[in-house]
Ligand binder design. Structure first.
Ligand SMILES: Nc1ncnc2[nH]cnc12
Ligand SMILES: [Zn+2]
Length: 339
């Protein structure tokens, strides 16, 4: 029995669908890996790193995020990174996660694709054995790089393709519309991969339309600026498109003025299948539980809305139908016992 919403949120089974594993690199692990690998970092202390995490837009953040990833060198580093994330996620009631990684961030520094992929897959297997937490891996293309580079990355991924659930599109949005990646997304689709894309985080509603019409996305990452276009909202709602919304990220990157005015409840009222996720928890001040608690408090959400968000996370996952049903049953059981 739990009357307090924080406790209810912590125990509620949930999926995380928008998590950049490189964005879960906590300063403590950054220092440990820097020392293990003999890599210099431009900070003297963990406190100094955290103090640098003040961003006025996406690019401010990305510059620091790509620099931080430089300490990741070996399979063991990627495994440790993943295990640390899954331990935090499991403590937050996450029972399934679909995580992004940015292979080009590593291959461009001479770290082979397989070092990142093998390390992350090892961490994923460990999380399942340790916590019963299942996961899938999504390869993101960096949209500030060109189409050829994305194609090269898809080629490098071939030996691991049966262990990769889908492709995504991230990094600097404005000026790099989805249309730039239409052909590589077509190729990924032909390989049977799922397709997701960041769109409408900073970019206009038109980018969301392109992601739908040209990239044929199965899920929309962020999507906030869709709200500026009522016809687009209707289309997304009628099509049952899942939006992976990241409330603390939106505030930290100044896309939403404060958590008190976050549109998560408006999205639900408009019939959008919105979910709550952490994006880059080490940089944005919170993991998935913190995001749920922030919107619960900031927007006055009650248990019903919280449960809808958790149900949406499984409905929007790439799990098979029977696995989705099993997760939803677990939510029902949890709610009945918490009443
Ligand atoms: N919020 C975000 N938007 C775009 N690219 C990202 N890479 C990591 N986090 C991101
Ligand atoms: Zn993201």
């Amino acid at each position: 029995m739990s009357d307090d919403l924080d406790g209810f949120i912590a125990g509620l089974p949930k999926a995380e669908l928008h998590l950049h594993i490189e964005g879960s690199l906590e300063p403590e692990l950054m220092f440990a890996l820097a020392s293990r690998n003999g890599v210099e970092i431009p900070f003297k202390s963990v406190e100094e790193v955290r103090a640098a995490y003040e961003f006025s837009n996406l690019q401010d953040f990305l510059d620091i995020y790509y620099a931080g990833a430089n300490v990741l060198r070996t399979e063991e580093d990627f495994r440790d990174l993943a295990v640390a994330y899954f331990d935090r996620a499991a403590a937050d009631g996450v029972t399934h996660a679909e995580i992004f990684f940015d292979p080009q961030t590593h291959t461009h520094r001479g770290i082979p694709f397989g070092v990142a992929a093998n390390g992350l897959l090892a961490g994923m297997a460990e999380a399942e054995a340790k916590h019963g937490l299942t996961s899938k891996l999504i390869l993101c293309f960096l949209r500030h790089l060109d189409e050829d580079d994305a194609f090269r990355t898809l080629t490098q991924a071939q030996p691991w393709i049966d262990r990769i659930a889908g492709v995504g599109l991230d990094s600097s949005e404005v000026g790099h519309p989805p249309s730039k990646f239409q052909r590589v997304f077509d190729a990924a689709g032909a390989m049977g991969l799922k397709r997701v894309a960041h769109a409408g985080e900073e970019g206009p509603p038109e980018y969301v339309r392109e992601a739908l019409d040209l990239l044929h996305i199965d899920r929309l990452d962020h999507g906030n600026r869709s709200l500026e276009d009522p016809q687009l909202v209707t289309r997304l709602a009628r099509g049952g498109m899942t939006l992976t919304v990241c409330p603390l990220s939106n505030v930290k990157l100044c896309n939403v003025a404060s958590i008190d005015v976050h549109p998560i409840d408006r999205m639900l009222k408009l019939g959008l299948r919105a979910t709550v996720n952490s994006d880059d928890p080490a940089y944005f001040g919170g993991y998935i539980g913190d995001n749920y608690r922030a919107v619960a408090r900031g927007r006055g959400l009650g248990r019903d809305a919280i449960v809808t968000l958790a149900r949406n996370s499984f409905l929007g996952s790439f799990l098979a139908d029977d696995a989705v049903a099993a997760h939803l049953d677990r939510i029902d059981t949890y709610c009945a016992e918490a009443r």
